[in-house]
Write a protein that binds this ligand. Structure first.
Ligand SMILES: Nc1ncnc2c1ncn2[C@@H]1O[C@H](COP(=O)(O)OP(=O)(O)OP(=O)(O)O)[C@@H](O)[C@H]1O
Ligand SMILES: [Mg+2]
Length: 511
């Protein structure tokens, strides 16, 4: 357990929020919330999807105006009118939806909108030498030594995440807020980020960290604040507040400690024709020749580290990419999908990992977003009526516990985790014969994860085939009947359901 680094001599919070209220259209989202941050601490802000974490952060940093309450920085009342104003006060934030520009250089991303300028006409010409030098200095502060003139998109997501932090960190930062910074990082990248956080903590920064990975909370934080339904539940030292207590505080009840494994794992007869089968399916530069079988009712887990080729395989199977070698069979018949519509027509569905770019249509309602894929499958000859769409949406809002004011709410107004649940609903609604789920539980809270895993198991028992991709190895081993292990865009082996996480890691390492 981490040591609490609060200074006992001067227990003065650097930042103190009290009695924070926030309503949207008269509906309260934050009620009497408080938060205290001390210099040199890492503070986990916890709560279920829709609890109000991101909203609290936006109120604190001037993205949203609060409807009441007090905020004090070093004892002085503050009310930043914009994120820039908050940053100038020393409050640096990386929001849940990171807004970087992949097609600009690293240095341009670090300074976008606030370039160092030079020349006679001050404030006129951007001093690129200074931009690049200062960007290098800021990145060095978080231990990153990269070519800042290269495009941001040429670096892995983990590096991009660190660039976002460097961008947020002004020279005078006192508080650093990170809203789910680790949701797309692998284990190694997470530990690198944590090293950076510990270094900043040692420099005296107060760091707020939002995550749904409980193990990460205990790996790095000193204290924990829990919100539930927009209300403050409490504040604890991490060392005195174990995971069971934390879950209970977030849920307001104990999460029944149940295994999500079906009581009797169904036996899959090798003689049965696979619903989907590939023989040497490959795409140059993306995936080496790969054999895969998935039978009706079977959940096949794809395990591997980030970049192992899991998403590439999913895209090939779903007709988003064209294989240049090998064979794909559905029900034993060779098929070739020119596009996802062909795949959907054959009964496939893919819930993609990037919900923001591949998924949600922010301006459309929850109802429209959920009905979208089913309508696409039915085509133009059969339009779903408003009533049919509503019934569909209501059913999934209830079964997946999607937190929304109504099914007519624009989906962009839902919390991150609830948007993700709606994406899963969209693809379940097509009642596919084979569902490919790429990182379905990313950004989803512990209780909802459990519900989604159970839902997947129920659907498999009813005959749906599932390809399940998750960076959380514990989920893969828990839910899969069979585990296909990938590494470096290549299948390295298969393990039976019930294998341990260690066995999967060993197979990856041995490859
Ligand atoms: N602009 C808005 N208009 C209406 N409701 C909103 C708006 N922004 C947020 N909400 C609502 O406020 C509640 C809290 O959302 P918030 O994004 O703060 O949750 P969160 O704790 O960050 O959840 P997650 O873990 O899923 O990211 C949600 O029910 C959400 O729908
Ligand atoms: Mg959030």
């Amino acid at each position: 357990m981490t040591q609490v680094t609060m200074n006992p001599v001067t227990p003065t919070p650097v930042l103190e929020l009290a009695g924070i209220h926030k309503s949207f259209a008269g509906i309260p989202v934050l009620r009497d919330v408080q938060l205290r941050l001390y210099p040199g601490e890492i503070h986990a802000l916890m709560g279920q999807n829709g609890a109000g974490k991101s909203t609290l952060i936006k109120v604190l940093t001037g993205v949203l105006a609060s409807s009441g309450g007090e905020m004090r920085l070093d004892g002085q009342a503050i009310r930043p009118a914009s994120p820039l104003a908050a940053q100038q006060l020393g409050i640096s934030t990386v929001y849940q939806e990171v807004n970087l520009c992949p097609n600009l250089s690293v240095a341009e991303n670090v300074f976008a909108g606030r370039y160092p300028r030079c020349g006679l006409a001050q404030g006129w010409r951007i001093d690129w030498t200074a931009v690049n030098r200062q960007a290098r200095e800021l990145l060095a502060r978080i231990g990153l030594d990269i070519d800042v003139t290269r495009l941001l998109s040429s670096y892995p997501v983990a590096v991009q995440q660190l660039v976002a932090i460097a961008r947020a960190l002004g020279v005078s930062a006192k508080v650093l807020i990170l809203d789910e910074p680790t949701s797309s990082l692998d284990d190694e990248e997470v530990s690198k980020l944590f090293e950076v956080l510990r270094r900043l903590r040692a420099e005296g920064l107060a760091i707020v960290f939002v995550t749904h990975f409980l193990n990460q909370v205990y790996a790095v934080s000193d204290r924990i604040t829990v919100l539930r339904n927009g209300q403050w539940v409490g504040e604890w030292r991490a060392s005195e507040f174990g995971p069971q207590a934390l879950i209970a505080a977030m849920l307001g009840r104990e999460l029944a400690a149940q295994s999500a494994r079906p009581a009797v794992p169904p036996a899959f007869d090798d003689a049965v024709t696979a619903l989907l089968q590939t023989e040497g399916l490959a795409q140059a530069g993306h995936l080496q020749p790969l054999d895969l079988r998935v039978r009706a009712g079977e959940i096949v887990g794809l395990a591997g580290l980030l970049g192992a080729g899991r998403t590439e395989l999913a895209r090939l199977l779903f007709g988003m990419e064209t294989p240049d070698r090998g064979v794909l069979r559905i029900d034993g018949q060779v098929v070739s999908f020119a596009n996802p519509a062909d795949a959907i027509h054959s009964g496939l569905a893919l819930c993609p990992e990037e919900r923001k770019t591949d998924g949600i249509v922010a301006e459309l309602s929850v109802r429209e977003n959920i009905a979208l894929a089913l309508q696409a499958r039915l085509g133009t000859r059969r339009f779903l009526s408003h009533a049919e769409q509503s019934a569909l949406a209501e059913r999934f809002v209830a079964s997946l516990g999607i937190k929304t004011a109504s099914i007519e709410t624009p989906i962009g107004l839902l919390s991150g985790g609830n948007q993700q649940k709606a994406m899963i609903a969209r693809w379940l609604a097509t009642e596919p014969r084979l569902l490919i789920l790429d990182e379905p539980t990313r950004g989803i809270d512990v209780a909802a994860k459990q519900e989604i895993m159970e839902q997947i198991l129920r659907l498999a028992q009813a005959g749906m085939a599932v390809i399940f991709i998750s960076s959380e190895m514990s989920e893969v081993v828990r839910v899969a009947h069979r585990i296909v292990v990938l590494r470096d865009r290549k299948k390295v082996g298969e393990l039976p359901g019930g294998s341990t996480e260690d066995e999967v890691y060993e197979m990856i390492a041995a490859a």
